[in-house]
Design a protein around this ligand. Sequence first.
Ligand SMILES: *Cc1c(COP(=O)(O)O)cnc(C)c1O
Length: 401
Amino acid sequence: MTHQRTAMDEVLAQGLLEREQQHLYRRRRTLQSPQTPDMTVDGRSYLGFCSNDYLGLANHPQLIDAAQQATAAFGTGSGASHLVCGHSSEHHALEEELAAFTGRERALVFSSGYMANLGTINALVGKGDAVFEDKLNHASLLDGGLLSGARFQRFLHNDLASLEKKLVSTDAARKLIVVDSVFSMDGDLAPLPELAQLATKHGAWLMADDAHGFGCLGATGAGSAEHFGLSQSELPILMGTLGKAAGSYGAFVAGSHELIETLIQHARPYIYTTAIPPSVAASSRAALLVMRNEGWRREHLQVLIARFRQGAQQLGLQLMSSATAIQPIVIGSAEVTMAVAEKLRQQGILIGAIRPPTVPEGSARLRITLSAAHTEAHIDQLLGALASCSELLPANRGAPL
Ligand SMILES: *Cc1c(COP(=O)(O)O)cnc(C)c1O
């Protein structure tokens, strides 16, 4: 059936054309297999380095089994929001297990990380307050800060002096410092212990988004707080997601009893949305067990990261100072980045091409992500493909690895 173009469609078409001309047009590919390194996309099989499934849990038999059993017991949909009648015993048990896992008093499960960030920032600050955010924070944190009505201040990336200058010059009632603990497009870590000290010194509250640290960092996989040994009083607002290393879906905020009760009262994206299906909560619970019992996944991931960095260095490629599973190669131009991603795709390798506004103007990049599900042979295959594009990639300027 064909539909007639309306005046609205004409206006929208102009905007789409401009985006296309700037090489910023987004297109989706259709995945026809589980989220594993060997993925079938649009009818063709690829070796993928674009997933956030850092531990290889998204297709783990224990997570699948947990979801199937919970579906049989609870049905498919949660049916309502948490405050009406959608808060099942699976959700509740997950919250208790997350609190124990992260070493916090309590935890609250949100339906997504985006919603957790929007809800938490808005429940904690508003008019008359101030929120301080790292320039490279994830869009959900920036959106949360902007929406809150608090004075929105961005400080230079991982720059404590830049933050402190802003902290001393504010007269806001509540001061909230918000950072990614692992920056999603760069892979580097925030200096959380120093940020915690600054927060204490200036009477500010510290929130860390551990979307890319949870499951990967820390001796048991409890994330950045465990990695840095930060207690609840040092890092009072810990947010993590369950759709990345945990191989499931959803998110959580962990902290004090008072924090969690405040979120239940005031976090609108918590209150006004349907709870995730109980089966999804059950998969997350299984993920916590696997994270604890299969520590080899974190160790293997570290081996792969080291192998990739060493190989890329031998190829003379410019890497970022990232010790995590996120290993970007910054190219600069959106057009060249797209061309390289396409050239790699033709060789059967799928890598995300990340362009503005997701990253700053002029810093388009390949966002290579590694997973415990990869093998060393996969890394070598990736390096071989990158070697074939090396004339389009930035050369190592001798930055320390
Ligand atoms: C992915 C991500 C989110 C959003 O989490 P979802 O559960 O996918 O909505 C939030 N913060 C960071 C840093 C992320 O990378």
